[in-house]
Design a protein around this ligand. Structure first.
Ligand SMILES: [Zn+2]
Length: 427
């Protein structure tokens, strides 16, 4: 399998499709900083929307029912209501569309994943900073296991969930990091934020693992860490996740506990491009080392699938089946409350938000179809942010008119649920 990918060649950064159609009416961008800001916003959107389209294509189920199992197939495409509203940031650096379905899937949707992870990163940072300022300790714990390449992902995940549950219920965990007989454990643990992750390695297949940011009042000594490690390895063997021939490897790698700097670093990077395997896959694809170690994150597989790699497409589908409905991040019960954080659904976090925004206008379903047919969602955002002003419906109409003269490049289907109780309409 070739890992050579040139993703940016396939999904190049967007340029405004028709920068001059408005002539003297065109609004110029104010400063070089704003232009740079807008360009990087659009580049990221374009890449993510391109990948979202690949995911939607792979996960579409031919059931004839508009209600799809994987909501990513409708994300940023289908509309509930009678049109799509277009907003721009007053400083011209961003734009957003409203009235569209968002899927809220941090696993399957590269567009929603970015917004969700960014919000989750802020929550975790807030908790950690507050905890450390109050004299507490933070630790980054990684739990993993050794396994054979041919094990199917759903079975492996089930065993891994079981093993983690047993670990949290075992006497060693309770004595050090939990509560035993109603008494606080040795380290005075106040809770943990747990992130589930998975990679696919060419040599060893699927590799699910968790990173936990564990917040304690006291230090966790080397001896306590050693006890936790031995217990985790014992549970892995008992649950059949690894076998005795792998014990040396397990003792080296299966349990890792690091200090506050690593925990902070993990949280800082959560939600950044490299966390999702976007940038890193690109860098790896161009390095010899990357070709040798060949380890992919799910969106890295999606990138390869977008290049027409059927093997990667199958792996992404396997991943989607196994991770559907799983949580990206889990907080211990009561931990959010301890830091005055609200419980917010991933779906609520997946909408784009602009700090100071103005409404440019609205697209009819017919106009929206023109945009989808030309795969021009990012172009539209670029245009609205950079070349429109508040209330310029006419500018939008002229842009769509211009766009309609471009050849169709995409299957621009979408589903509309009009206001009231009319049935779904296919466009
Ligand atoms: Zn989405």
């Amino acid at each position: 399998m070739s890992a050579e990918i040139d993703f940016y060649a396939k999904y190049p950064p967007s340029k405004p499709a028709v920068p001059n159609i408005l002539g003297s009416k065109a609004k110029s961008l104010h400063s070089k900083d704003n232009i740079r800001d807008l360009q990087s916003f659009i580049t990221s959107k374009k890449i993510r929307q391109g990948l979202q389209r690949v995911a939607a294509g792979l996960l579409w189920e031919r059931t004839g029912n508009p209600k799809q199992k994987y909501r990513v197939v409708h994300c940023g495409r289908s509309i509930a209501g009678d049109g799509v509203a277009v907003y721009r940031a007053a400083d011209g650096t961003r734009a957003r569309l409203s009235g569209l379905t968002t899927c809220g899937s941090g696993w399957m949707c590269p567009v929603c994943a970015q917004n969700i992870a960014e919000a989750r990163r802020k929550e975790a940072s807030k908790a950690m900073v507050q905890h450390i300022q109050g004299g507490g300790q933070a630790h980054l714990v990684t739990l993993t296991f050794s396994h054979h390449a041919d094990e199917p992902l759903p079975e492996m995940l089930k065993k891994f969930d079981d093993a983690r549950q047993s670990f949290k219920n075992c006497v060693t965990w309770k004595t050090i990091l939990g509560k035993k007989d109603g008494k606080e454990g040795e380290a005075g643990c106040i809770g943990a934020i747990t992130a589930l992750e998975v990679t696919y390695g060419i040599a060893n297949g699927w590799h699910p693992h968790v990173h936990m940011v564990v917040l304690t009042k006291k230090e966790v000594t080397a001896f306590q860490q050693e006890r936790l490690k031995c217990e985790w390895v014992r549970i892995l063997l008992k649950k059949g996740l690894s076998d005795r021939s792998q014990v040396t490897d397990l003792m080296e790698r299966a349990f890792d506990m690091r200090g506050g700097a690593d925990a902070a670093d993990y949280i800082t990077k959560y939600g950044r491009e490299e966390h999702w395997g976007l940038t890193s896959e690109l860098v790896r694809a161009h390095s010899k080392q990357g070709l040798m170690d060949g380890r992919y994150k799910p969106f890295g597989l999606l990138q390869l699938a977008g290049e027409g790699n059927a093997w990667a497409a199958e792996r992404f589908k396997e991943f989607a089946v196994a991770f559907h409905g799983k949580r990206l991040l889990t907080w211990s019960p009561g931990l959010k409350k301890a830091f005055d954080l609200q419980e917010i659904d991933d779906a609520e976090l997946s909408d784009d938000a602009l700090p100071v925004e103005e409404r440019v206008g609205r697209l009819t379903p017919e106009q929206w179809k023109v945009v989808l047919d030309r795969d021009a969602r990012a172009d539209l955002l670029m245009y609205a942010a950079g070349y429109c002003a508040a209330g310029e419906q006419q500018s939008l109409d002229e842009y769509i008119e211009h766009l309609s003269k471009r050849p169709k490049t995409s299957r621009g289907w979408f589903i509309q649920k009009p206001d009231g109780c009319e049935p779904w309409v296919y466009h």
